[in-house]
Design a protein around this ligand. Structure first.
Ligand code: AP5
Length: 214
């Protein structure tokens, strides 16, 4: 099963992508996590991506597309994958289609997690992220067992640089301008499904599972 997670920053794409990956036994590929790992590792890609990410802007398509197209060709993707944070622009969606069609396949579902902007700003200030393993928590809705420590790998949790309220507003504007057009794009391909992302995390996941099928 090949699944794309769509939605505004903080809509819950990462939270649900982890669950989808586990339920359907497919890899979770998050472009945001890939960039953050590169920033942490001090790579050239990380250095380039950081300036865009810290400002709340998108990393240029040419730095993203090849990276994802190479990743989905790997052996562990032969039964599918869940893409979290990609595509985010029409050119990225076209690059993905081209790569998938080249091997005679297609994306099965684009899952749109719908959350209004007002709810996003509140959510982001409470998010805590693990920059080591990519796990995500919320101080109120999904707290770690020990404050500020990742349950999975024991690293310190942080408030992401781009989760500060002024940067979140820029990210929301960028989302509406550049990523929301993908809703029409995937509606046109008859693979868009939408869930109400304001419900609790378990309910959002059961709605997604009902749409994707067992
Ligand atoms: P990325 O890391 O992908 O950020 P994003 O899309 O802005 O998404 P987030 O990770 O912020 O949120 P999410 O939807 O995954 O929500 P989460 O599950 O964490 O990208 C970061 C940056 O990298 C981009 O701004 C860009 O610069 C660059 N980039 C990445 N991909 C790119 C691409 N393809 N092209 C160009 N640039 C790219 O949930 C949020 C919080 O809410 C958490 O605390 C969570 O616990 C909580 N929560 C989740 N669900 C619920 C719920 N149902 N109820 C209550 N709380 C909830």
């Amino acid at each position: 099963m090949k699944v794309i997670m769509l939605g505004a920053p903080g809509a819950g794409k990462g939270t649900q992508a982890v669950r989808v990956a586990s339920a359907y036994q497919i890899p979770h590929i998050s472009t945001g996590d890939i960039f953050r790992a590169n920033i942490k590792g001090g790579t050239e890609l990380g250095k380039k991506a950081k300036e865009y990410m810290d400002a709340g802007n998108l990393v240029p398509d040419e730095l993203v597309c090849d990276l994802v197209v190479d990743r989905i060709k790997k052996e562990d993707c032969k039964n599918g994958y869940v893409l979290d944070g990609f595509p985010r622009t029409i050119p990225q969606a076209e690059a993905l289609d081209k790569a998938v069609e080249a091997i005679g396949e297609k994306v099965d579902f684009a899952v749109n997690i719908d959350v209004p902007d007002e709810a996003i700003i509140t959510r982001m200030s409470g998010r805590r992220a693990c920059l080591t393993c990519g796990a995500t928590y919320h101080i109120e809705y999904n707290p770690p067992k020990k404050a500020d420590i990742c349950d999975t790998c024991g690293s310190a949790l942080v408030l992401r640089e781009d989760d500060k309220p002024e940067t979140v507003k820029t990210r929301l504007n960028v989302y509406h301008e550049q990523t929301q057009p993908l809703i029409d794009y995937y509606t046109g391909k008859n693979i868009l499904v939408t869930v109400d992302g304001t419900q609790n995390m378990d309910k959002v996941f059961s709605d997604i599972k009902a749409l994707l099928g067992e």
